[in-house]
Design a protein. Structure first.
Length: 283
Protein backbone atom coordinates (compact mmCIF):
# COMPACT_ATOMS: atom_id res chain seq x y z
CA UNK A 1 0.00 0.00 0.00
CA UNK A 2 1.38 3.39 -0.97
CA UNK A 3 0.52 6.88 0.22
CA UNK A 4 1.19 10.45 -0.83
CA UNK A 5 1.95 12.43 2.31
CA UNK A 6 1.52 16.09 3.15
CA UNK A 7 4.35 17.57 5.20
CA UNK A 8 2.11 18.90 7.96
CA UNK A 9 0.21 15.64 8.37
CA UNK A 10 3.35 13.58 8.56
CA UNK A 11 5.04 15.71 11.19
CA UNK A 12 2.11 15.07 13.52
CA UNK A 13 1.64 11.41 12.59
CA UNK A 14 2.62 10.09 16.01
CA UNK A 15 6.27 9.45 15.21
CA UNK A 16 7.14 8.95 18.83
CA UNK A 17 4.20 6.72 19.71
CA UNK A 18 6.26 3.66 20.55
CA UNK A 19 9.05 1.93 18.68
CA UNK A 20 7.89 -1.67 18.28
CA UNK A 21 8.13 -3.16 14.82
CA UNK A 22 5.52 -5.65 13.66
CA UNK A 23 6.88 -9.10 13.11
CA UNK A 24 9.06 -9.42 16.24
CA UNK A 25 7.44 -12.51 17.71
CA UNK A 26 9.00 -12.68 21.16
CA UNK A 27 10.52 -10.12 23.52
CA UNK A 28 14.21 -9.69 22.80
CA UNK A 29 16.93 -9.05 25.38
CA UNK A 30 17.43 -5.33 25.92
CA UNK A 31 20.34 -3.20 27.11
CA UNK A 32 20.31 -0.59 29.86
CA UNK A 33 18.81 1.99 27.48
CA UNK A 34 15.93 -0.34 26.67
CA UNK A 35 17.12 -1.16 23.15
CA UNK A 36 17.33 -4.64 21.68
CA UNK A 37 20.71 -6.17 22.51
CA UNK A 38 22.53 -7.82 19.63
CA UNK A 39 23.63 -11.44 19.92
CA UNK A 40 27.36 -11.88 20.24
CA UNK A 41 28.90 -12.94 16.94
CA UNK A 42 25.80 -11.98 14.94
CA UNK A 43 25.62 -9.22 12.35
CA UNK A 44 25.06 -5.85 14.07
CA UNK A 45 21.31 -5.24 14.21
CA UNK A 46 19.79 -1.89 13.28
CA UNK A 47 16.23 -0.61 12.95
CA UNK A 48 16.59 0.18 9.28
CA UNK A 49 19.17 -0.04 6.52
CA UNK A 50 18.53 3.26 4.74
CA UNK A 51 19.90 4.26 1.35
CA UNK A 52 19.61 7.94 0.41
CA UNK A 53 19.71 8.19 -3.40
CA UNK A 54 19.95 11.84 -4.43
CA UNK A 55 19.46 13.31 -7.92
CA UNK A 56 22.27 15.57 -9.21
CA UNK A 57 21.15 15.87 -12.84
CA UNK A 58 21.57 19.17 -14.69
CA UNK A 59 17.87 19.95 -14.28
CA UNK A 60 18.72 20.64 -10.63
CA UNK A 61 20.24 24.11 -10.31
CA UNK A 62 23.18 24.75 -8.01
CA UNK A 63 21.01 26.42 -5.38
CA UNK A 64 18.68 23.41 -5.27
CA UNK A 65 21.63 21.05 -4.95
CA UNK A 66 23.07 23.09 -2.09
CA UNK A 67 19.74 23.27 -0.25
CA UNK A 68 19.24 19.53 -0.79
CA UNK A 69 22.63 18.75 0.76
CA UNK A 70 21.98 21.10 3.67
CA UNK A 71 18.53 19.60 4.16
CA UNK A 72 19.87 16.08 4.65
CA UNK A 73 22.76 17.25 6.81
CA UNK A 74 20.51 19.29 9.09
CA UNK A 75 17.78 16.64 9.28
CA UNK A 76 20.19 13.98 10.55
CA UNK A 77 21.25 16.11 13.53
CA UNK A 78 17.80 17.55 14.27
CA UNK A 79 16.21 17.02 17.68
CA UNK A 80 13.22 15.31 16.07
CA UNK A 81 15.37 12.84 14.16
CA UNK A 82 17.45 11.91 17.20
CA UNK A 83 14.30 11.39 19.28
CA UNK A 84 12.85 9.10 16.61
CA UNK A 85 16.15 7.22 16.48
CA UNK A 86 16.20 6.72 20.24
CA UNK A 87 12.63 5.38 20.21
CA UNK A 88 13.47 2.52 17.83
CA UNK A 89 13.91 -1.11 18.93
CA UNK A 90 17.71 -0.93 18.65
CA UNK A 91 18.21 2.84 18.70
CA UNK A 92 20.44 2.53 15.64
CA UNK A 93 20.18 2.86 11.87
CA UNK A 94 22.67 2.11 9.11
CA UNK A 95 22.79 4.73 6.38
CA UNK A 96 24.56 5.33 3.08
CA UNK A 97 24.21 8.34 0.75
CA UNK A 98 24.89 8.36 -2.97
CA UNK A 99 24.29 10.77 -5.84
CA UNK A 100 22.99 9.67 -9.22
CA UNK A 101 22.26 10.97 -12.71
CA UNK A 102 22.63 8.75 -15.82
CA UNK A 103 22.34 4.95 -15.66
CA UNK A 104 26.13 4.64 -15.44
CA UNK A 105 26.65 7.59 -13.08
CA UNK A 106 26.32 6.91 -9.36
CA UNK A 107 28.76 8.15 -6.73
CA UNK A 108 28.77 7.11 -3.08
CA UNK A 109 29.25 10.18 -0.89
CA UNK A 110 28.79 8.47 2.49
CA UNK A 111 29.66 4.75 2.71
CA UNK A 112 27.62 2.72 5.19
CA UNK A 113 27.67 4.33 8.62
CA UNK A 114 25.79 3.57 11.84
CA UNK A 115 23.95 6.45 13.45
CA UNK A 116 23.18 5.77 17.10
CA UNK A 117 23.20 9.22 18.67
CA UNK A 118 24.28 12.87 18.35
CA UNK A 119 27.99 12.16 17.87
CA UNK A 120 27.64 9.70 15.00
CA UNK A 121 24.85 11.81 13.46
CA UNK A 122 27.08 14.88 13.56
CA UNK A 123 29.93 13.02 11.88
CA UNK A 124 27.68 11.95 8.98
CA UNK A 125 26.22 15.45 8.70
CA UNK A 126 29.68 17.02 8.50
CA UNK A 127 30.75 14.49 5.88
CA UNK A 128 27.76 15.32 3.69
CA UNK A 129 28.44 19.06 3.87
CA UNK A 130 32.16 18.91 3.13
CA UNK A 131 31.80 16.97 -0.14
CA UNK A 132 31.96 19.24 -3.23
CA UNK A 133 28.66 19.62 -5.08
CA UNK A 134 28.57 18.17 -8.59
CA UNK A 135 26.10 17.95 -11.49
CA UNK A 136 25.78 15.40 -14.28
CA UNK A 137 23.66 14.62 -17.34
CA UNK A 138 20.49 12.53 -17.78
CA UNK A 139 18.07 11.08 -15.23
CA UNK A 140 18.01 7.35 -14.53
CA UNK A 141 15.90 6.47 -11.52
CA UNK A 142 16.08 2.84 -12.60
CA UNK A 143 19.86 3.06 -12.61
CA UNK A 144 19.75 4.41 -9.06
CA UNK A 145 17.57 1.49 -7.93
CA UNK A 146 19.75 -1.13 -9.62
CA UNK A 147 22.84 0.48 -8.06
CA UNK A 148 21.20 0.58 -4.62
CA UNK A 149 19.98 -3.01 -4.36
CA UNK A 150 23.40 -4.75 -4.04
CA UNK A 151 24.46 -2.22 -1.39
CA UNK A 152 22.20 -3.95 1.11
CA UNK A 153 24.02 -7.25 0.59
CA UNK A 154 27.44 -5.63 0.81
CA UNK A 155 27.05 -4.07 4.24
CA UNK A 156 27.60 -5.89 7.54
CA UNK A 157 24.32 -4.90 9.16
CA UNK A 158 21.01 -6.67 9.70
CA UNK A 159 18.12 -4.24 9.49
CA UNK A 160 14.54 -4.86 10.53
CA UNK A 161 13.70 -2.94 7.34
CA UNK A 162 15.48 -2.05 4.11
CA UNK A 163 14.57 1.26 2.49
CA UNK A 164 15.68 3.15 -0.64
CA UNK A 165 14.88 6.84 -0.38
CA UNK A 166 14.89 8.50 -3.83
CA UNK A 167 14.78 12.25 -4.45
CA UNK A 168 14.59 13.75 -7.93
CA UNK A 169 13.03 16.46 -10.07
CA UNK A 170 12.13 14.54 -13.22
CA UNK A 171 11.05 11.21 -14.68
CA UNK A 172 13.31 8.38 -15.77
CA UNK A 173 14.74 9.16 -19.24
CA UNK A 174 17.83 6.97 -19.40
CA UNK A 175 18.75 3.34 -18.83
CA UNK A 176 16.24 0.59 -18.15
CA UNK A 177 12.51 1.34 -17.69
CA UNK A 178 11.55 2.27 -14.16
CA UNK A 179 8.81 -0.29 -13.48
CA UNK A 180 10.93 -3.48 -13.79
CA UNK A 181 13.60 -1.91 -11.56
CA UNK A 182 11.03 -1.00 -8.94
CA UNK A 183 9.39 -4.41 -9.07
CA UNK A 184 12.71 -6.22 -8.66
CA UNK A 185 13.45 -4.20 -5.54
CA UNK A 186 10.00 -4.92 -4.11
CA UNK A 187 10.45 -8.64 -4.77
CA UNK A 188 13.50 -8.52 -2.47
CA UNK A 189 11.46 -6.99 0.35
CA UNK A 190 12.90 -3.51 -0.16
CA UNK A 191 10.69 -0.46 0.38
CA UNK A 192 11.09 2.56 -1.94
CA UNK A 193 10.02 6.04 -0.82
CA UNK A 194 10.12 9.21 -2.89
CA UNK A 195 10.82 12.92 -2.65
CA UNK A 196 9.69 14.46 -5.98
CA UNK A 197 11.06 17.99 -6.29
CA UNK A 198 8.51 20.27 -7.97
CA UNK A 199 9.68 23.80 -7.13
CA UNK A 200 9.97 24.99 -10.76
CA UNK A 201 7.42 25.31 -13.53
CA UNK A 202 7.73 22.47 -16.08
CA UNK A 203 10.26 23.46 -18.73
CA UNK A 204 10.90 22.14 -22.23
CA UNK A 205 14.66 22.41 -21.71
CA UNK A 206 14.82 20.48 -18.43
CA UNK A 207 12.54 17.49 -19.11
CA UNK A 208 10.20 18.52 -16.30
CA UNK A 209 6.67 17.13 -16.31
CA UNK A 210 3.37 18.06 -14.72
CA UNK A 211 2.30 15.92 -11.74
CA UNK A 212 5.71 14.48 -10.94
CA UNK A 213 4.26 13.41 -7.58
CA UNK A 214 1.74 11.20 -9.42
CA UNK A 215 4.59 9.69 -11.45
CA UNK A 216 6.49 8.87 -8.26
CA UNK A 217 3.38 7.44 -6.60
CA UNK A 218 2.42 5.21 -9.53
CA UNK A 219 5.78 4.31 -11.06
CA UNK A 220 8.61 4.70 -8.52
CA UNK A 221 7.65 3.94 -4.91
CA UNK A 222 6.42 0.67 -3.45
CA UNK A 223 6.43 -1.73 -0.54
CA UNK A 224 4.66 -1.74 2.85
CA UNK A 225 4.06 1.78 4.12
CA UNK A 226 5.82 3.42 1.17
CA UNK A 227 5.10 7.09 0.67
CA UNK A 228 5.82 10.26 -1.30
CA UNK A 229 6.61 13.68 0.18
CA UNK A 230 6.35 16.17 -2.70
CA UNK A 231 8.25 19.46 -2.51
CA UNK A 232 6.30 22.24 -4.22
CA UNK A 233 7.73 25.19 -2.32
CA UNK A 234 11.45 25.96 -2.30
CA UNK A 235 11.12 27.38 1.21
CA UNK A 236 9.90 24.00 2.50
CA UNK A 237 12.70 21.97 0.91
CA UNK A 238 14.56 21.27 4.15
CA UNK A 239 11.35 20.67 6.11
CA UNK A 240 10.27 18.05 3.56
CA UNK A 241 13.59 16.21 3.83
CA UNK A 242 13.34 16.16 7.63
CA UNK A 243 9.76 14.94 7.39
CA UNK A 244 10.75 12.07 5.12
CA UNK A 245 13.68 10.94 7.28
CA UNK A 246 11.55 11.05 10.43
CA UNK A 247 8.97 8.82 8.82
CA UNK A 248 11.60 6.34 7.63
CA UNK A 249 13.32 6.10 11.00
CA UNK A 250 10.12 5.89 13.05
CA UNK A 251 8.41 3.51 10.59
CA UNK A 252 4.98 4.98 11.22
CA UNK A 253 2.36 4.74 8.48
CA UNK A 254 1.12 8.32 8.06
CA UNK A 255 -2.46 9.45 7.69
CA UNK A 256 -3.17 9.41 3.94
CA UNK A 257 -3.81 12.61 2.01
CA UNK A 258 -5.30 10.68 -0.88
CA UNK A 259 -6.75 7.24 -1.47
CA UNK A 260 -3.93 4.67 -1.59
CA UNK A 261 -2.72 3.79 -5.07
CA UNK A 262 -4.00 0.35 -6.04
CA UNK A 263 -2.87 -1.90 -8.84
CA UNK A 264 -4.20 0.10 -11.77
CA UNK A 265 -3.09 2.05 -14.79
CA UNK A 266 -0.75 4.88 -13.74
CA UNK A 267 -2.11 8.41 -14.00
CA UNK A 268 1.15 9.47 -15.65
CA UNK A 269 2.82 7.11 -18.13
CA UNK A 270 5.76 5.33 -16.52
CA UNK A 271 7.71 5.82 -19.78
CA UNK A 272 6.91 9.53 -20.17
CA UNK A 273 10.54 10.55 -19.64
CA UNK A 274 11.79 8.20 -22.35
CA UNK A 275 9.01 9.37 -24.68
CA UNK A 276 9.86 13.05 -24.20
CA UNK A 277 13.57 12.41 -24.74
CA UNK A 278 12.91 10.50 -27.96
CA UNK A 279 10.54 13.17 -29.30
CA UNK A 280 13.02 15.97 -28.67
CA UNK A 281 16.29 14.36 -29.65
CA UNK A 282 15.25 11.30 -31.66
CA UNK A 283 17.35 8.93 -29.57
Amino acid sequence: MRWCVSIGALLVAGLMAGGDVAGIAAPAPRDEAGHVAADKGAAPQVDVELILAVDVSYSMDMDELAVQREGYAQAIVSKEFLQALKAGPTGKIAITYFEWAASSDQKIIIPWRVIDGPESAGAVSDEILKTPIRRASRTSISGAIYFAMPLFEENQYKGLRRVIDISGDGPNNNGEPIVPARDEALSKGIVINGLPIMVKEPSYSTMDIDNLDWYYEDCVIGGPGSFVVPIKDREKFKEAIRTKLLQEVADKTPAPRVVPVAEKEPRVSCTIGEQIWKERWGK
